[in-house]
Each structure stands twice: as C-alpha cells, then as structure tokens.
Design a protein around this ligand. Structure first.
Ligand code: SF4
Ligand code: SF4
Length: 663
C-alpha cells in the first residue's frame, strides 16, 4: 500500500525500541545474584496458562473480580490483536497480505473474534477511566501514565474500526464483511453520513497510519513505565518461584570467595529481582493486603519495589553505557538508607499476604530478608530487642533465654519419654520453644500429649536436646546463627529413629519441613492440626464432650499461606460436638497476620497501630466466644490484643479444644 512510509515507521520504531531494550537488558545482566529458574518446565508452562493467559489471580478475589475481568478483556484483546498488528504492517507492503492459514475460514473466524475483542478492550478502558475519575480506589496510582495508556489503547481500537469501516465502505476490504461486524457497522455509519469516497479513503488511510504510529509509540513507551509489565509479566510468571514458599535461600557461609553477605547494593540482587522491579504493574494489591501498611508502618510493599526500580532506571546510562568508574559509583551506593529506610525492612512480618495477592508473582520476603541479612551480618544494625532475642537463642537455644536444661520441665509427671530414653519411636514430638518455655503454650503441649496418649501413639520428645529451629534468627537476618541451629538439630535428630516429626508450632513445622533439607535434614514433618485431623478420621480419638461454643479460627501465615494448611484445623473444629463455627471475612489466603512473624514477635511495635489489635477487630466481627488458632505466636498476639482492648473472648489452640472434648 505505502511500503516506503511503513518501512520507515518500522525502522525508526524498532531501532528506538532495540536501543531501550538493550539498556533494560544491561540492567538485568548487571545483577550478580544467582537464581536458576529453568527446572520443572511443565509446571511453569501450566502456570503461564493459568495465571498469565488465564489471568487467574486477577479475578480470584471477590472484591477484585470486576477490575480483574476488564483487565482480562484488555489482555486477551491484545493477544488476539497481535495477529492483526502483524497483518496490518504486512498490508503496508502488500494490500492482500495475511498470515499463512488466515485467508479462509480461519481468517473469518479470527476477524469475528478480533472485532468482538476490540469492543471488549474499549469497554475495559472505559471501565478503568471511570474508576480513575470517580471511584479512585486507594490501592491504584493515579499517574498521568495510566491516563495516557488508556487513551492510547482506546485510540488503537477507534483507528482499527475506522480503517476497517472505511475499507469495507470503499469495497477494498480483504475480509468478508459478514465476519467483521464492527467494521461493517462503521461502514454503514459512513454511508449513512454520506461521506464521499475521497473523504472515506482519507479517514481510513489516516486511521491506518495513526494506528501503526500508536502501536510503535506504545511499544516504545512501555519500557519507560509501569506498563513494561505488558512485556515482562509473561516471563515473570513463567519464572515464578516453584520452591516451597517457606524456604528462604541459604547463604554459603563456607565459601571463602564471598566477602559480603545479604543485599545492600543494587547489583547484588538477582536478575529475577530486577525482572520483578520491571514487572510491577503498580496495581497496589500487595499494599492493600499488607498488615504493616494497614497499621501505618513505613512499609508499603509496592512503594518498596518502585523506589528500587526508580533508583535503577534513573542510573541506566551509567550502568548500561558508563565507564567502569561510573558503574562502581552506583554499585557502591548503599540502598539502606539512601533508597530504603531500615524501618521499612524491620516492619515486615514476612506474612506473604503481598505475594499471595500479586497477580504477577512478585516476591518480597526474600528481598526483605536479604536486606536484613546485610544489616545484621555486615553492619550489626538491628533493633535492640532482636539483639537480646538472638543472644538468648545463642546462649540457651530459645528466645526466652531460660536455661536449656529446663526445656522438658513442662512434661514432668506426664509419662512423656525422651528420645535419649527411648531412641526408636514412631513419632518425634517437636515441642518448640514456646511449647516448652511459655506458660500459656505449655498448656497446648499438655493437650497434645493428652491426645497422643489417648490415641496410643508411640512418641517421644527430644527434651533438653531440642533447640530452637532457628526460624526467628533466619527471618531477622542472622543466617549464621540459623545455620548453626539447623545443623545441630539435624545432627541430633540423626542419632535417633522415628518415622514422623510432629510439630506444634507452624514456624518449627515450616523450618524443619522446608528449610532443613537445604542442610541434608530430610524428615517427614506434620503439623499437629493435620495429625490430629488424621487421628480423628482414623477413629483413634473421638471428641465426645459437648463444648457449646461459638468459634472462629485465625489462620497462621506460616501454616496457611506458606504451607497451604487451611482446611485441616477447620475440619477438626467442625467435628467437635456443640461447636458453632464461622469464618471471618479475612480468612484463609486473605487472612491478616497477627503481627508476630519475621521475628516481629521479639521486637517492639513502636510505629503506627498494633497489628494484633487490627486482627482482633477482624475476628470479633463474627462475635465468637472463642478464637481458635494453631500457632503459639498467634495465640499470644491475639490474647494480648484482647487484654489490651478489654475484650471478653477466649483464645485456645485447636489441640486444647480437641483435648477438652475428649472428656
Ligand atoms: S510479607 Fe506481609 S508484612 Fe511483609 S511486605 Fe508482604 S504483606 Fe507486608
Ligand atoms: S508487586 Fe504485584 S501486587 Fe504489588 S503493585 Fe506490583 S504488581 Fe501489584
């Protein structure tokens, strides 16, 4: 049609795009951190179709359904229109051009779908414009970029319609008008308005060139803003984390070539971390779920990522084309506090609510812990209370600092053997520090023992040989202490024979199950809610006593979001005679954290409101008499909140409720 003009447009557009992408790729290459993500390809392909093409996470939450659906219309429309884009460029060189196979029935079918989707894409953009003008949800950034992109996409659809409509009106079309309902409708409008052929031709051809220019302009604009996710979200979803969520990456502390630990410089991140920065859509779903942000802490996960991306992109020239000296200037800049304030890092409870909400699988916890690692291991800068906790763990193997030899005192007189006394059993009952030393949680341990004895389980504890699993140390950032504890525990466990490790604390459960394999500790681990549920199903224990209580359940992040244990505790509670069970609105994967994870259990909460108070408000909305939980930290936090707020509600572990009902 106009080969020279189209060739020129393509040449200029693609040359500039290559230049920009070259710079963006240079930033990816700069990242030193290793992160291999090419295992489990079939699983990755399934995720790509489920979450990227299927847009599952955009629509799987009730509140987000409509925005998710309209976003899906735009996304699917773009996928379909990409074929049309190639065809339009091809028609610039040969008016009858079409992709192989798209000349006959398939072409007609394609045109019909293409027309339908242009309308759905336009409807989607209108929906988002209205949201920006009228409803303005807190979580979205009302940037000029957002407006510009929406109007550009709408412009693409309108020019598509007028190009097609004009061609059909002039009889030049390369498609069957019957299969192009929108183009045909526009051609009818043109006839109804009595446009002359010259006017129709001018409008149609102008639409064609405006359309091509908008496509190339759009493509070139993408890498400069949040809409870069249009290019990067597919690979980012494909490269999602397929390791257990609860397993933080280990540091090789024995590698003498490693001179710095954790992350403090932008080039210490991995290429996947940089991809995460590129891929953030700034939708704010993460922030809207973050317990720290929702209680006025300085942590806003979306902003955390944007700040680092802005820093990176701002220095593109120096990193991509600069001299070695200029590069080193950037690589020597500490991110903390220049870009990220330390309080932002210490506010995180590692609850994973952000990661679970993110439609493009951006990872936060590992980045935050990596940055904490640098503060702890390289600078020795961390909250004073956390220092005391780590010292207690170092000296006595528990955060309370109580003598390690007192660990089994809670079990005195209960007939609980230790592995030293009985080196071969079916079940190693891993009591954990809270169950061993905290007075309230010792009652949970007693309840677990009552259940095990009732079910005639062959079990034993490690007693004074058990030490902290290292979960708080690892999440606070002291990888050295964590690895020491992990190796000690693995060695101790290796001296005895047992089939299953029964853990009462979700943090112990997660660490032994998901992190100990990193150091050769491969054990079959089960959380007590799962185990008790199995005992009930096997008829080994039978709750008989009517408790006559209205209950709700608070999900522990390390049990639910980390290990997908949502139903087992609920199944148990629903089987207890006399229990009326009701979930709160924020439950299961959207459950709000109690505020204790990530070592926050051991730190003062000086900024903003208290997370546990907010969580108690969520739970009290269903007016329970008892709040059940399955984590010692959660129970402590909820109990403290009820005491602070003078609210009458009982707090019990699921095991205690079962033990009560055994009579
Ligand atoms: S892990 Fe939890 S506390 Fe940390 S940023 Fe994500 S949502 Fe916020
Ligand atoms: S990290 Fe994910 S959820 Fe958060 S703003 Fe970016 S895309 Fe949205």
């Amino acid at each position: 049609m106009y080969p020279v003009a189209v060739a020129l447009l393509l040449l200029v557009g693609m040359a500039f795009f290559s230049y920009t992408m070259n710079n963006r790729i240079a930033l990816l290459k700069m990242a030193k951190g290793k992160d291999f993500r090419f295992e489990k390809i079939p699983e990755r392909v399934i995720a790509l179709f489920t979450y990227a093409f299927g847009q599952k996470r955009m629509m799987n939450r009730k509140k987000e359904f409509w925005p998710g659906l309209y976003h899906a219309f735009i996304f699917w429309g773009f996928c379909i229109l990409s074929i049309r884009t190639v065809t339009l460029f091809g028609q610039g060189f040969s008016p009858d051009f079409h992709l192989p196979g798209f000349g006959g029935a398939l072409g007609n079918f394609y045109n019909l779908n293409k027309d339908i989707f242009t309308v759905l894409v336009f409807a989607g953009c209108t929906f988002f414009l209205v949201r920006r003008f009228i409803t303005k949800p807190d979580r979205i950034s009302l940037s000029i970029e957002g407006w510009a992109i929406l109007f550009t996409i709408m412009g693409l659809m309108v020019t598509e319609w007028f190009y097609d409509g004009g061609q059909i009106a002039l009889g030049h079309h390369t498609m069957d008008p019957l299969w192009a309902p929108v183009g045909t409708a526009v051609s009818k409008l043109i006839t109804a308005f009595g446009w002359q052929p010259g006017t129709t031709h001018a409008v149609s051809i102008s639409s064609y060139f405006i359309h091509l220019a908008l496509i190339l302009g759009f493509l070139n604009f993408l890498p400069y803003g949040k809409h870069f996710h249009i290019i990067t979200s597919l690979p980012n979803v494909f490269m999602r984390n397929l390791k257990p969520y609860g397993a933080l990456n280990p540091i090789n502390l024995e590698d003498e070539n490693i001179t710095t630990f954790g992350i403090d410089k932008i080039n210490e991140f991995s290429w996947k971390d940089v991809m995460d920065m590129y891929t953030c859509t700034e939708c704010g779903r993460c922030t809207s779920q973050c317990p720290a942000y929702n209680t006025d802490k300085p942590l806003n996960p979306k902003q955390f990522l944007i700040e680092m991306k802005d820093f990176l992109v701002h220095h593109t020239d120096k990193i991509a084309q600069g001299t070695e000296e200029q590069k080193q200037e950037i690589y020597n800049t500490s991110l903390v506090p220049q870009v990220i304030e330390p309080e932002i890092l210490w506010s995180c409870t590692t609850c994973r609510a952000c990661e679970e909400a993110c439609p493009v699988f951006i990872e936060y916890v590992q980045k935050i812990v990596d940055m904490r690692r640098h503060l702890v291991l390289m600078r020795g800068e961390f909250p004073a209370e956390a220092q005391a906790t780590l010292r207690n763990i170092e000296n006595n193997g528990n955060p309370w600092g109580i003598g390690f030899d007192e660990r089994a005192n809670w079990a005195k007189g209960m007939g609980v053997p230790s592995l030293a006394e009985k080196p071969e059993v079916d079940v190693l009952y891993w009591v954990g520090c809270a169950g061993s030393f905290d007075d309230r949680n010792k009652k949970v341990s007693t309840a677990v023992v009552k259940i095990l004895q009732e079910a005639k389980i062959d079990f034993a504890i490690l007693g004074p040989e058990e030490t902290c699993t290292g979960d708080p140390a690892r999440r606070i950032g002291n990888e050295y202490l964590f690895q020491t504890l992990a190796k000690t525990n693995i060695e101790t466990m290796g001296r005895y024979k047992f089939k299953t490790v029964l853990a009462q604390c979700p943090h112990c459960f997660n660490t032994i199950k998901n992190e100990y394999p990193q150091f050769g500790g491969n054990f079959e681990v089960v959380h007590h809610t799962d185990y008790i549920n199995q005992l009930m199903e096997q008829g080994k224990i039978k709750p008989v006593k009517n408790l006559d209580e209205k209950l709700t359940y608070h999900d522990s992040c390390y049990l639910g979001r980390y290990n997908d244990i949502y139903e087992e505790p609920r199944d148990i509670l629903k089987k207890i005679p006399g229990v009326t069970y009701q979930d709160t609105e924020l439950s299961k994967s959207t459950g709000r954290c109690c505020g204790a994870g990530g070592g926050r259990m051991w730190m003062e909460e000086r900024l903003g409101d208290r997370v546990n108070h907010k969580r108690l408000d969520d739970l009290m909305a269903v007016e329970p008499q008892t709040i059940a939980s399955a984590c010692p930290f959660c129970m402590t936090m909820i109990t403290d909140a009820a005491r602070d707020k003078h609210i009458e509600v009982k707090t019990k572990d699921v095991a205690e409720i079962v033990a009560e009902s055994l009579g």
